[in-house]
Design a protein around this ligand. Sequence first.
Ligand code: NAD
Length: 471
Amino acid sequence: MQELSNISMTIGGASVEAESGFDVFNPAKGSVLCQAPSATAEQLDQAVESARDAFGSWRALSIDERRSYVRKCAVALREHAEELAEIFTLEQGRPTSGAAIEIELSAAFFDETADLEMPFEITEDSDTRRVEVHYDPLGVVCAITPWNFPLTMFAFKVAPALLTGNTIVVKPSPFTPLCTLRVGQILDEVLPTGVLNTISGDDGLGPLMTAHQGFDKISFTGSSATGKRVMESASAGLKRVTLELGGNDVAIVMPDVDPEVVAQQLFFGSFFNTAQICVATKRLYVHTDVYDKVRDTMAFLAQSIKVGDGTEPDSVFGPIQNKRQYDRVMNLLNDAKDTGLTLLTGADVPEGDGYFVPITLVDNPPVDSRVVVEEAFGPILPLLRFDDLDQVIEEANDSEFGLAGSVWSKDVDAAVEIAKRLDTGTVWINENLYLPASTPFGGHKQSGIGVEHGMDGLKTFMSAKAIYIPK
Ligand code: NAD
């Protein structure tokens, strides 16, 4: 593994020293892991300039040349998978096997994106003219990512930006800067100078970036509250904005399922990454006919798996990633206790310095309780008993969020009809968490603006240009 202290920012093809740094914590210990570099305003300028300098020659490459570079990124990530997984577990907390999944998901995303068709349309081909719609790259992209899936979110932004001919400056969350900065160093070996720049800093750096006049587009993933600030700041320069924000996803379990099988799938769909997933199930509606079996199976699983330090081989789930999020989750947990909700598992939070919260299942709380209404983004899951589907759909849609959801039933046609009535950007049937590069992904309502993935996602990194050709 690279010495953590040697992990630096990459600007204009060079590793760059920082004048100062900020603390990065190991969430399993609650102690400082190392210092990460804080970019100065001048270093941000340099990163933007280097991306601008690289833009002309990068966009001039043929699409096949750029595809080849994007595929080389996937190869480089896989070559460094072991090292990256180790760093990932130390700073993010997720156990090593789950960390390895993240590296592979990110590499696969580069590969799948390289396979995408580029947008091009002919909208008229008449006796008098042919109209072609071409798509030009925007220029320099600013990417800002969260701490829950730092490398996947990096891939979601960098792969399409590069494929479409843009250059990019990436800023990871201050809670998880190391993996992203290390990937910046690794990919700098395979990409032309300045095409990808990685910088880090505390929460003050994001606003400097969104206000920077050198960027043409902001690609942001994070909370809805920050997303609103990003949009406001980007408006001054009329920068293009894509916002992938929070969610409070519903799963609806119909009475015809095999409750024990479905409970296992839902358990991992809800709690993988210690439930810190934007598209995790966060409100679990279960039909009354199968409620008890689903609840009991999930409670059994919650009690039988280990939540622990990700470097210990038997840990299935790790700690909450950071103290700020830990405090939020504890606040929600204490509210559930104080308001007399029934906690099936997880009432006792272990003593110690790591940010550990046990898997907590809440038995049929009122639909207006905080644990149902708010995005927990931690391992507290309300199970809600239902027998009136119309009412469930109404409650599901009665949310400021509209990110994703899932329907579980042996009757797939009926499940599709339910899916059509959910006001979310993604609905899975009998599965969850699958987000291929081929298919648009984005939130309705306050879960986001614009989409990532697929040709629609590529278009968000481009401007349409209609060319009217006379005949
Ligand atoms: P956050 O909004 O606190 O931070 C996200 C990023 O924004 C970080 O890099 C942070 O440093 C930066 N930032 C903070 N203030 C900023 C500002 N004023 N201007 C610009 N940048 C700023 O979010 P988080 O706590 O890191 O992530 C958790 C949230 O992300 C959850 O709500 C989750 O649902 C959401 N999320 C959404 C998706 C999706 O695809 N929809 C994916 C992952 C996470």
